[in-house]
Design a protein around this ligand. Sequence first.
Ligand code: DC
Length: 239
Amino acid sequence: MSKRREDRRDARGLLCLLVELLPPKGGKGRLIVAIDGPAGSGKSTVARGLADRLGFRYLDTGAMYRALTWLALEEDVGLDDGAALGALAAAHPVVFEGDRVWIHGDDVTEAIRGTSIDRVVSTVARHPEVRAIMRDRQRELAEGDDAVIEGRDIGTVVCPHAEVKVYLVADPVERARRRQAEHPEIGAEALATDLRLRDERDAAQMQPAPDAEKIDTTRLEIDEVLDRIERLVESRARA
Ligand code: DC
């Protein structure tokens, strides 16, 4: 990365920190909840549910990598060409409209959930050129409001100063079972293999922040997970 780009990135990181330290508006401070963890750990259900409960903005960063992957396939951009993918991401920022996900003027909300995207999205997401653009866009989208942000590197890279950081895990059998419930048309063995391959490819981005609260969701009901995180949020809001 060039020195200028690095300086710009540092400046944005500093901005993220400053925004979080700004005096509370309307008596309520801005609060970021980072929810990281592997596929099938319960991230999406938990992050959406928490944003609903708290009335916070919800940002699904995985959907952004998925949308870019969809566009790369449409435009025939090589999935190993980091520079071209980075340029594509910069030229076509992902837009959220309520629950809908848009890129390049297309509503891709359903298309990005298909297994054809599942299988290659981590190849797109591993390029540093792509990650740099996504990180800046994610910070931009999270600016200003209380937010629950879901991903892999939110607590470590995108918002390392998030007030609450949670890292969800679940045992592989349970994660595969959850994926199976989402994709009943696919064989259990194929799903387990996909999950394992995706974990291997996502590993570089999947380190929990040292100050993240690790929660194993294998045997927990969604409400139990939400209660735990809500307590963390309350204690942070009071601090
Ligand atoms: O959470 P998900 O399955 O929708 O994420 C899709 C892919 O995007 C996943 O393979 C990892 C990648 N990803 C990432 O590298 N960093 C993020 N912050 C979010 C997702």
